[in-house]
Design a protein around this ligand. Sequence first.
Ligand SMILES: [Zn+2]
Length: 224
Amino acid sequence: MGRYRVLVAALASLSLALGAAGSAQARVGLPPVVAQVPTSEKVVFITVDDGWNHDPEAARILLERRVPVSLFLLPGAASYDAAYFTRLTEEGRAGVENHTVGHPDLTTLDAAGKDAEVCGAGEQLRAVFGRTPKLLRPPYGAVDDEVRLAAKACGVKALITWTHDFTTWGDTPPPTPRLQAGDIVLLHFTPTLAADLRRALDAARAAGLKPAALMPHLKAAGVL
Ligand SMILES: [Zn+2]
């Protein structure tokens, strides 16, 4: 019971924070930056970035377990072997989203540079996957209001950062956190993706959470 109340309080403060942010965003009309989705449903969100390493084992897990997943792809990483990703979108439950063209820190670019990176990636991904991405993951999570403004001009509805990075960047995996409802899990298309993905799915199951698609839950939460 105590834990339940803590959770309810956490959700309430989260939705308050989001409500306040929401009205500020409404004033300036900028798309929101989302690191965790306010939801009372027992869901987590799996996201995989970049796209350089095309591991068949990771694809097999995503397809066999029917994992809803958002792929924030660099067009260059997708273009040399687009079939790896179109299989995930057509046979699996993957959606392709925007991660810029060249992976810069967008806050360091002028308006034309931001436009080329975000709109350019959207156009290139549309040419391959037939859909203009609606979500942007800013490289390094680097965001300011000018980045949000540039993203809006490119049709981006929300900028998605993350709650926990499960990527094995060194020799050993990072400590596994206890996942909470609405958490956004960050993974990368690296050689450890299959193992990192298994850890994330195991952590979700241990917390009684199911992977879910981002877009419908962003809409349900009033974020979009
Ligand atoms: Zn990246």
